[in-house]
Write a protein that binds this ligand. Structure first.
Ligand SMILES: C[S@@+](CC[C@H](N)C(=O)[O-])C[C@H]1O[C@@H](n2cnc3c(N)ncnc32)[C@H](O)[C@@H]1O
Length: 306
């Protein structure tokens, strides 16, 4: 890929961060080198990765045992785990929900996925789960975090029917018109929009309900949205405060919403049974059994049909 005009400044600023990558695994280091060398797709949505601040995508990767995270992410994630242990429980149970929900949607006949806030690729990515049952399934990943996107690009290089787009999910028109989305998904057929562990990163003033509605309007009848959302069910008020404080340092502070507020985001969808449930209670089964008591998972999940 050619180095595009305007990248010089970014490359220079990233060079100063080269020493920060010593602790990364080999694939994560390679992805990071791509960023530094200007090999990831040009985007107008933001700056180079900021290693002076922790980042939600990379902290989540760390909670799941991944290696695309940096010292600053690990330090804040460790502090979150210590001051509010249910933060880790959410990450683990959320990943189990992701597996269950992709299989549920495939069984319901949906074989196209728009995965918003797809994160750093880790074990059990959506396309891997989907392709176990439907090798023809199409998966368009979208994330705005440069390390997550560069890492995904490397992993997906030889994966047919899978794309990764760097974009802000709030910019619905850009996402829906991006070549990796519009060129892959057929919106005349059902599409599952995945907003899994994403909406708590969208503050009320950015209207996450309207964002979901815009995606719904782009989809035909028979399409679905799958949502999981961090809540405060397992946090004491001190823990809630600790989480808010720690995540204030990230570019995407978290909005903890209760069941009622999350339900409002899903207005206009027909919710599949069991409705908006505690994360481990959403269609738990022997294939992906919950590992924690439901209320400890600290989040809610639902599937809504268009
Ligand atoms: C906690 S991770 C969830 C990853 C994956 N969906 C899962 O459930 O395993 C949240 C992801 O959302 C991404 N994200 C947050 N706000 C976003 C936005 N406005 N647009 C695109 N991605 C966003 C973050 O970069 C991060 O990778």
């Amino acid at each position: 890929m050619p180095v595009v005009p305007g990248r010089r400044q970014r490359a220079v600023s990233a060079t100063s961060s080269r020493s920060s990558i010593g602790s990364l695994s080999e694939p994560a280091r390679a992805a990071w080198e791509d960023i530094i060398d200007g090999q990831h797709p040009e985007s107008d949505i933001g700056d180079d990765p900021d290693l002076s601040r922790p980042n939600l995508a990379r902290m989540y990767d760390y909670f799941l045992g991944g290696s695309a995270n940096f010292e600053i992410d690990r330090r804040v994630a460790d502090e979150a785990a210590e001051r509010a242990p249910a933060s880790v429980t959410f990450a683990v149970e959320n990943r189990a929900f992701l597996r269950r929900v992709v299989r549920y949607l495939l069984d319901a006949g949906v074989d196209q996925f728009l995965d918003l806030g797809s994160g750093v690729p880790t074990a059990g990515n959506v396309h891997e789960i989907a392709h176990e049952r439907a090798p023809w399934a199409r998966v368009a990943y979208v994330d705005h975090e440069p390390v997550a996107v560069a890492h995904a690009e490397r992993l997906l290089r030889d994966s047919p029917n899978v794309t990764i787009t760097r974009a802000d999910a709030r910019d619905t028109a850009t996402v829906l018109n991006a070549p990796g989305v519009a060129g892959l998904l057929d919106f005349d057929r059902p599409v599952a929009v995945l907003a899994v562990a994403l909406l708590h990163a969208i503050p009320d003033q950015d209207d996450p309900g309207a964002m979901l509605a815009a995606y719904r309007d782009a989809c035909c009848t028979g399409s679905a949205v799958a949502v999981s959302h961090l809540s405060g069910t397992a946090f004491t008020s001190d823990e809630q405060q600790a989480v808010r404080e720690l995540l204030e340092a990230t570019p995407t502070p978290v909005t903890l919403r209760d069941q009622e507020a999350i339900g409002r985001l899903l207005t206009g969808y027909r919710l599949a049974a069991p409705g908006l449930a505690l994360l481990p209670d959403w269609r738990s089964n022997d294939e992906s059994p919950p590992r924690h008591p439901a209320a400890h998972a600290n989040g809610y999940a639902a599937v809504g049909w268009c």
